[in-house]
Design a protein around this ligand. Structure first.
Ligand code: MTE
Ligand code: CO
Length: 418
């Protein structure tokens, strides 16, 4: 088996087809799934009223958000992770998109929702949910990555699974109103040196200052994700979308926008979400999420179970600066690289890109890596390159190349190469 070629495999494929006709598997053994009437063909299935709102089939019940209990003191100010190792394509279903709350997910009915805009404006206004829905709306696909994604990996390979190392990310199609429309509506002072301060309705408020130019560029006041209302945990009924910028700025349960002439320097933009550098000095702000990628399969929670032969290596790449133009894959820890095939490119930049490399795996060990390159020409750095600038005491904004060790039996482990 170890020197199976694609030609041998195709021959095997033909044998499978011939076997099917005779009710036999490729090994020539009668296959009861083909030769016998199956149980499910003997009764009628569920009626259309059985699941008014569908859930994933029970056989996929392990494709769920998971948390790492020791990471946080409780589950209220905490994080769970998208099961990226088990998903494909680029859109994250809301039901398994990671959640990050500083004071829990609140219950906020549309009728009780209000958005206030004040500060350096001609007319401070308060909008109801219905009023927000009467502005012209747009659809855009964007990734949202928490600045802490991969944050446990600075000092060494830590968490054994793409879900845990890279699962603080989701990618949805949002429906919403460009923020600039609301700023125009209140007659805001749109000068470039101004800022907006955005707050949520939850107890943490998660207040953040955003430069006016970004507010006017592509920020969205969103009320739908993947076609349906935002889920409670993602900010129902209204959240802010700040494309390409760290997830913390994507304020959920958006309650107030104040136009100001200088940043507030709130907790979330000073003691949190800033980066300590090699020399111990903290860099003031890092808003844009630099280009990054991860091989989602094979990965520790998605080992190679089918033995030798064709293997689809698959992963995700993204950049807060725009489109992904190329992804390289190495099977030997970064010595040699092959160009991956990009899945269908989304119309939006600042969205996830799926990549694939279709190889013939003969059971050799691999040190699998992926490296993303975005439209600015920026190349995803190695861990070593990042550490030279950032040291090992950082938490946030770790976009280094990840290495998975694939053993001869197909199991996968999180490792570091130097
Ligand atoms: N907005 C409010 N109001 N409260 C919060 O706790 N968490 C922030 C941001 N917006 C937060 C918030 C953080 S740190 C991130 S990464 C994203 O929301 C996560 O969005 P999600 O829970 O929809 O994945
Ligand atoms: Co976050």
């Amino acid at each position: 088996m170890s020197n199976t070629t694609r030609r041998d495999l195709l021959k095997g494929g033909l044998a499978v087809t011939a076997g099917l006709a005779a009710g036999k598997s490729s090994a020539g053994i009668p296959d009861p799934l083909i030769t016998q009437v199956q149980d499910w063909a003997t009764y009628t299935g569920d009626g259309v009223d059985a699941t008014p709102y569908g859930m994933p089939v029970e056989y996929e019940s392990d494709v769920i958000r998971r948390n790492v209990p020791w990471l946080t003191a409780d589950s209220i100010s905490s994080i769970n992770f998208t099961p990226v190792h088990a998903l494909d394509g680029t859109i994250t279903p809301q039901g398994c998109a990671f959640e990050r709350h500083h004071s829990g997910a609140i219950d906020l009915p549309k009728e009780a929702y209000r958005l206030m805009i004040n500060g350096l404006v001609d007319t401070p206004l308060v909008f109801t949910y219905d009023e927000i829905e009467r502005f012209p709306r747009e659809n855009h696909i964007y990734f949202c990555e928490c600045a802490a994604n991969t944050g446990m990996e600075w000092a060494g390979a830590q968490l054994n699974g793409a879900q845990f190392t890279h699962g603080m990310i989701h990618n949805m199609e949002y429906t919403g109103v460009p923020l600039r429309m609301f700023l125009n509506e209140v007659g805001a002072d749109l000068s470039s040196q101004n800022w907006i301060y955005v707050e949520g309705a939850d107890a943490s408020s998660n207040g953040r200052s955003i430069p006016m130019d970004k507010a006017l560029d592509d920020c969205l006041v969103a009320f739908k994700a993947n076609g349906e209302a935002l889920r409670k945990e993602h900010g129902y009924p209204v959240r802010l979308i700040v494309p390409g910028w760290e997830g913390n700025m994507w304020v959920k349960w958006l309650r107030r926008i104040e136009v100001i002439d200088m940043p507030v320097e709130s907790r979330e933009e000073t003691s949190k979400y800033t980066d300590v550098l090699e020399d111990g000095v903290a860099r003031k702000w890092t808003w844009v999420m630099d280009a990054k990628s991860i091989i989602t399969s094979p990965s520790p929670q998605s080992p190679i179970l089918h033995g030798h032969g064709p293997l689809v290596i698959s992963g995700l790449a993204w950049s807060g600066h725009g489109k992904i133009v190329r992804v390289d894959i190495s099977q030997d820890g970064g010595m040699n690289w092959k160009i991956a095939r990009l899945g269908k490119q989304q119309g939006d930049s600042k969205a996830l890109t799926r990549f694939y490399l279709d190889i013939e795996w003969n059971g050799d060990q691999m040190l699998l890596q992926s490296r993303a390159i975005d439209e600015t020409g920026y190349v995803q750095p190695t861990k070593e390159q990042l550490r030279q600038i950032r040291g090992e005491n950082s938490v946030y904004h770790n976009n280094c190349i990840q290495t998975w060790h694939i053993s001869e039996n197909g199991s996968v482990e999180n490792v570091e190469v130097s």
